[in-house]
Every structure is written in structure tokens, then in C-alpha cells.
Design a protein around this ligand. Structure first.
Ligand SMILES: Cc1cc2nc3c(=O)[nH]c(=O)nc-3n(C[C@H](O)[C@H](O)[C@H](O)COP(=O)(O)OP(=O)(O)OC[C@H]3O[C@@H](n4cnc5c(N)ncnc54)[C@H](O)[C@@H]3O)c2cc1C
Length: 486
């Protein structure tokens, strides 16, 4: 059995490894010269910048890919649990150290609003129920038939999945700061907390269950570990080439065509590239000519775009935690502007990553390595990023100088940034969205892009646009779905 995987994101690599473990002959193809997709690494002047994922949760999903081949993950990667998971900074300058230590969590909540301590306990208990159903039971099962979804509907409704995450959290928590903090998780997978189905409240519990980890050497070190493993077990890696067509014969997949005209024959093609790009650019009309599919695709809503500014400083900012989240004043308005009105708003919220807080190897001695991520509209906005990119960069530097890092600008020794144009053009993602389609109820499970094509035998999809969705645990679970279908 010969299988070709298009794209080397976490979902593509996990699929390649799972199929190899089943005995397939596997080739993985990546358009860039380096692997990882959103998790690729940019190395510049002694600074190591992880391009995307930094918060590693559910580490067993990573470890089990090594274990499929009886390898010890510790020979490849090192995952270190963090004590403080996120430091939240609110509009009034107050801070909250969010962690897995329940005593410290409750002490801090009590200082903000006594009544919310009980509400917090109840919220955690409720998210455990969502987690048990939504993650443990459903994250890695195929949702390619409507009856699978219909079967699950009563349970999902009982778990109040018609509510948004923010509204679920608000039913337990009174204080607005705590509401924001405890409902921010959809942002990690491309959703607006005010509209994302409360199923995603499960992330709050998932973090508690296995902790938040950092991959020593950066998330890129996990990709390097997987690359080593793929070479050892005999997976063929073709990088620096783009798949331009998926070949078919009647109802069957026959292989793919590369940008250098090479044809590779295969029984199965697994697409880790963003599904809309695959349907629009690599497949013929037949693949999506059913009325239902056309309707579904037309009404799909895409996740927000991301402006990511990577920078190194000549001094260390010891006061900055590994993960910092700063909320803007007009948080909800900012999110409405990004998701609905598709326009920029100066009152930004941002996430700041400082890997050198945990791992000195990420920056030259005595220096610090950062990225700051600002959610922005995706490219449905028609924003000209060649003009706006520089403006957002200056805005976020100014905000960080005011909020946390005095005289930041004069300490920056090098920098660069990515906008939704990078996600659209370099990563082939529709509208340059950061996380493919949004995690709304109407776009969850059966309503996402299916993991198995309805039209062609041998055509499969994994990664952020498919079930269960974006985020490293999500895309690794999508490869488990594939494992079950094949
Ligand atoms: C800035 C940022 C921060 C994030 N932070 C976190 C975090 O802290 N924790 C977390 O869990 N998640 C995080 N995420 C989300 C997570 O990174 C993604 O959901 C996940 O990595 C996506 O993996 P994927 O398998 O869908 O593939 P992708 O990473 O999207 O990779 C797809 C690959 O396919 C390739 N490709 C596309 N078309 C072709 C073609 N025609 N031929 C060949 N190759 C092709 C692309 O080049 C790309 O390499 C973050 C994402 C971003 C962008």
C-alpha cells in the first residue's frame, strides 16, 4: 500500500508516522525546504524563533508517535512542564499567574472576587464533563457520516454546546477580568470566545489534566525529533516541492503531480494542506460538485488572521514570564472588529512569548528571544499588509513599552514579522487565516471538512480544517481519526 502525505504540519507528520507503522510505503511532501508548517523555525543571528505553536499540551499525543516504533521519546525530545502557565495582565495593570496549582489559583481569584472561588470550582467540574465527552470520547473518532453526529447531539446539547465559551464561563463567574481569563481558550484555536461553542471549554480542563509543557530547544525540536524518526523508519521526505495536482481515475485516487512535473503514484493521498486550497487548486470540479458540499463550503467562516512580530533584545527582560497575555480595554469590541467587521482596532490584546525565560539556548548569552502575536482580521478584509504591517509593529512595540518592557525599542537588535499574507501565500491557507475554519458549533465534527473524501476512494484530510480542529492536540488527533478510517 503506497500513501502520499501532502504537507508536513504536525497533522501531516503524525499521519505519515501512523501509516508507516501500519506497514504502508509512505512519502511526505512539503513545499518548503524545512518541515513543520505553522511549527517551522526561523533561526537568525543566534536567536531561535519558533514560528507558531509554543504551548504544548497533551504531551502523550506526541510521545505515542515515537512509541509506535518502540522508540523512547526521551531519546528525541525533552518536554518540560511549566510552573506558571500564563501570566495575564489586565487593563488596570493587575496581574494573574495562571497555573495548575489550585490553591494559588483560588487565592488569586479570592482577591479579585470571593464569590467566584466557588464558581471557579463548579466551572472546572463542568469543563471536565465536556472534556470527557468532547476530547476523550469524540476527538479521534471519524465524523464522516451524519448519523454519528446525530447520535451525539443529545449529549452535546446536555453539555450546553449551544452556548459560547464566554457565556458558559459567565454563568459561573461574576468578575469580568476572570471571565475573560477563563474563556480565552478559543483564541488558541482560532475562535472568538464570544461565539465559539462551549465544547471548546474542554481546553481549560485539558490543560489541567496534563499540564502545559515547553519543548526544550523550542517546539521546532519536536519537529526535528519527528524528522529523525521518519528518516530512521524509512519514510521518504520530499521537501522544496509543491503538489500541484491530485490525480484520479474514475472514483479512485491514482497519485499526485509535483511542481517539477514529477508524478508519484499512490493508493492513498492524505492532504495536510488546508482543505479549501486542496479542493480549489489540486482537485477537479467533481471533488466538490455536490450541492450540499458547495453550500457548506460557501457559508464557512474562517478563523482570524495573525500578525506575529519576532524580535531579539540585547538585554534580558527577567520580569517577563514565558507566556504573557495582555487584554486590551475594549476586548469584546476588538474581537468583533477582527472576526465580524474585518477591520483593525488600535486597542489590541496580545500574546507575548519569551522562550528564553525557560531555555537560555534560544538566544545568545545575556540576550532574550520573543514573539508577540496580535490577532487581526483575515484576508477577507482586503487590508494592505505592506502598509498596515509596519503600523501594527510600531503600535505593539509602543504598547509593550507602556505595559511591560520600558525602552524596548532601543533594545531590539533584530526583528521581522509575518502577516496573513504569509499564511495565505506561503502556507496556502484560505484567506490567510491563522487556524483554517473557525471552531463554531456549526463547523464542528461532521460540519468540518471531512477526514475522508465523499467522492474519491483513497483521498483523506488531516490537520486544522478537519475534525477535531486546530491546535497541536487537535491536529495530532485528526491523524488518529485517519488511523481508524484506514
Ligand atoms: C502563531 C501561531 C501560534 C500557535 N500557537 C499554538 C500553541 O501554542 N499551541 C497549540 O497547540 N497550537 C498553536 N497554534 C496552532 C497550531 O500550530 C496549528 O493548528 C497546527 O500546527 C496546524 O497543523 P496542521 O497539521 O494543520 O498543518 P500546518 O502547520 O498548517 O501545515 C500544513 C503544511 O502543508 C504545506 N503545504 C500546503 N500546500 C502544499 C502543497 N500544495 N504541497 C506541499 N505542501 C503543501 C504547508 O507548507 C505546510 O507546511 C498556533 C498557530 C500559529 C499560527
Amino acid at each position: 500500500m503506497k500513501s502520499v502525505v501532502i504537507g508536513s504540519g504536525f497533522g501531516g507528520i503524525a499521519s505519515a508516522l501512523r501509516l508507516k507503522a501500519k506497514g504502508h510505503k509512505v512519502t511526505i511532501i512539503e513545499k518548503h525546504s524545512d518541515l513543520g508548517g505553522r511549527a517551522r523555525v526561523f533561526e537568525k543571528n543566534g536567536f531561535t524563533y519558533d514560528g507558531g505553536p509554543t504551548v504544548i499540551t497533551a504531551p502523550y499525543l506526541i510521545n505515542e508517535l515515537f512509541e509506535l516504533f518502540n522508540k523512547d521519546p526521551k531519546d528525541y525530545i525533552e518536554l518540560a512542564p511549566l510552573k506558571i502557565w500564563y501570566q495575564f495582565i489586565f487593563e488596570d495593570g493587575s496581574k494573574f499567574n495562571y497555573s495548575g496549582n489550585e490553591i494559588e489559583m483560588k487565592n488569586q481569584i479570592e482577591k479579585i472576587n470571593k464569590e467566584d472561588v466557588l464558581g471557579y470550582e463548579q466551572l472546572v467540574n463542568f469543563t471536565k464533563k465536556i472534556f470527557d465527552k468532547g476530547f476523550l470520547e469524540l476527538a479521534d473518532i471519524p465524523f464522516d457520516k451524519p448519523f454519528v453526529m446525530i447520535q451525539q447531539l443529545p449529549a452535546l446539547l446536555k453539555l450546553k454546546s449551544y452556548k459560547s465559551v464566554y457565556s458558559l464561563v459567565s454563568s459561573y463567574i461574576k468578575d469580568e477580568k476572570l471571565r475573560r481569563m477563563l474563556s480565552m481558550h478559543p483564541l488558541l484555536v482560532g475562535g472568538n470566545p464570544f461565539t465559539t461553542t462551549s465544547i471548546y471549554g474542554l481546553i481549560l480542563y485539558l490543560e489541567k489534566k496534563w499540564g502545559i509543557h515547553y519543548s526544550m530547544g523550542g517546539t521546532g525540536n519536536i519537529i526535528r525529533g519527528f524528522e529523525k524518526l521518519m528518516n530512521e523508519v524509512g519514510i521518504q521526505i520530499i521537501n522544496g516541492h509543491e503538489v500541484i495536482k491530485i490525480n484520479t481515475n474514475k472514483n479512485k485516487i491514482t497519485g499526485i503531480k509535483l511542481d517539477n512535473e514529477t508524478i508519484i503514484e499512490a493508493n492513498n493521498v492524505i492532504c495536510n494542506a488546508d482543505p479549501p486550497a486542496v479542493y480549489e487548486k489540486m482537485l477537479d470540479e467533481r471533488a466538490n460538485n455536490s450541492l450540499l458540499f458547495k453550500w457548506k463550503k460557501k457559508r464557512m467562516e474562517y478563523s482570524m488572521g495573525l500578525f506575529v512580530y519576532y524580535f531579539g533584545t540585547k538585554k534580558k527582560y527577567e520580569n517577563i514570564e514565558h507566556h504573557t497575555i495582555k487584554f486590551g480595554n475594549k476586548y469584546k469590541e476588538h474581537l468583533d472588529d477582527i472576526f465580524d467587521k474585518k477591520k483593525l482596532n488600535d486597542d489590541i490584546s496580545y500574546y507575548l512569548h519569551r522562550p528564553s525565560a525557560t531555555d537560555a539556548s534560544m538566544a545568545p548569552e545575556g540576550q532574550d528571544c520573543f514573539y508577540v502575536l496580535v490577532p487581526v482580521p483575515n484576508n477577507q478584509s482586503n487590508i494592505d499588509w505592506s502598509i498596515e504591517g509596519e503600523k501594527i509593529k510600531n503600535l505593539v512595540i509602543k504598547k509593550m513599552e507602556n505595559d511591560l518592557m520600558p525602552k524596548l525599542r532601543e533594545n531590539i537588535v533584530e526583528d521581522f514579522y509575518l502577516t496573513p499574507d504569509y499564511f495565505e501565500k506561503d502556507l496556502n491557507t484560505k484567506y490567510g487565516s491563522g487556524f483554517s475554519i473557525q471552531p463554531k458549533f456549526s463547523q464542528s465534527a461532521y460540519f468540518r471538512f471531512h477526514n475522508k473524501s465523499e467522492v474519491y476512494d483513497g483521498l483523506f484530510f488531516v490537520g486544522a480544517g478537519t475534525h477535531p480542529g486546530a491546535g497541536v492536540p487537535g491536529v495530532l488527533s485528526s491523524a488518529k481519526v485517519l488511523d481508524k478510517i484506514l
